[in-house]
Design a protein around this ligand. Structure first.
Ligand SMILES: [Zn+2]
Length: 322
């Protein structure tokens, strides 16, 4: 996991200045894709506020205060992180109880709610009370990958900080540095900007198997071979049992068509598949077929979440692509 100063240098610089000028807002929303360092920046900010040995605007990371923040046991830094599907009113009540206990050691307090898009409407309304009765020295940070799923009342009362995703090429370099085979790293970097998630993805041997199966399917589709239809049941469906796996498989197919379209128009973009011969053959088909094919794949990705079995959705898709 890269250090936050390397991952988001501009945001670290921005918050260094905000703290130095004592202009910290009461509430922030850290918004951006997973793996862009939202929780790390929240932790960095907490360390910066409590560190007893700040050097050149940076927390030292080693003093007892920094270590307590890092260890998750600083009394004035309270995290609400839930593995459950939603964050409920009771979770916010527990957070408020923590709040009334803390603040004894200093005036500064930091509350961090991760995955704030999981807040139920009731929990969000309960959280709003924090905003309506501001406590001096209190900062609330909500992290989310989808700020548009937050209640407008929550959004409007906080300052939104957008976390830019690292460039794909950079993600690919880091995946390869972590030992992922270049061919797999290129595809994984197109599926996630989260290096940790990308490594886990590529280390699963079924990832490589799915990729191989998708390329086999693309080869059959390019030839107009009806065996493509049979491949769905015999090869593709057994390789994608869960919804995320099924979405990943469709995403790989979409990448193949997107690469082929770019190659067709000779767009010099580094694609997910490099100069793979199967993709080059697909690129030789009519542009209309490729763009319609990509549209069909994207439509199937949307349908997949809506009570359709993977097999029937994929079979219908393959018939369209043929
Ligand atoms: Zn320190």
């Amino acid at each position: 996991m890269p250090e936050i100063a390397a991952l988001q240098p501009q945001l670290v610089q921005q918050f260094s200045q905000i703290v130095a000028n004592q202009r910290l807002s009461q509430a922030y929303i850290f918004n951006g894709p997973s793996g862009t360092g939202k929780a790390q920046l929240a932790e960095w900010l907490a360390m910066r506020l409590f560190c007893t040995n700040v050097q050149a605007g940076q927390p030292c990371g080693e003093c007892p205060e920094c270590q307590r923040v890092r260890g998750g046991n600083h009394p004035d830094v309270v995290w609400l992180t839930s593995d459950a599907k939603s964050i409920k009113v009771d979770d916010i009540r527990a957070l408020k109880a923590e709040m009334s206990k803390s603040g004894v050691e200093g005036t500064q307090r930091v509350f961090i709610v991760t995955d704030a898009d999981k807040l139920t409407a009731g929990a969000a309304n309960s959280l709003l009370k924090f905003y309506e009765e501001p406590v001096p020295g209190m900062t609330i940070i909500l992290t989310t990958t989808a700020k548009n799923q937050l209640l407008p009342t929550i959004l409007s009362r906080a300052q939104v900080i957008n976390f830019p995703a690292p460039a794909r090429a950079q993600v690919q370099v880091e995946l390869e540095a972590a030992g992922v085979e270049p061919r797999l790293a290129a595809v994984a970097a197109h599926l996630t900007v989260d290096v940790t998630a990308g490594v886990a993805m590529a280390e699963d041997e079924r990832f490589a198997a799915r990729l191989k199966a998708v390329l086999t399917l693309v080869g059959k589709l390019t030839q107009g071979d009806a065996e493509a239809f049979v491949l769905v049941q015999t090869t593709l469906v057994p390789l994608a049992k869960t919804l995320p796996e099924q979405q990943q498989l469709l995403a790989m197919l979409a990448l193949a068509y997107a690469d082929a379209l770019n190659a067709h128009y000779q767009v010099p973009l580094p694609g997910a598949f490099g100069d793979d011969a199967t993709i080059a053959a697909l690129a030789g088909r009519a542009s209309r077929q490729l763009s319609d094919g990509l549209a069909h794949i994207l439509a199937t990705q949307i349908r997949l979440g809506q009570n359709v079995t993977f097999q029937s959705a994929l079979e219908a898709l393959v018939l369209q692509l043929l």
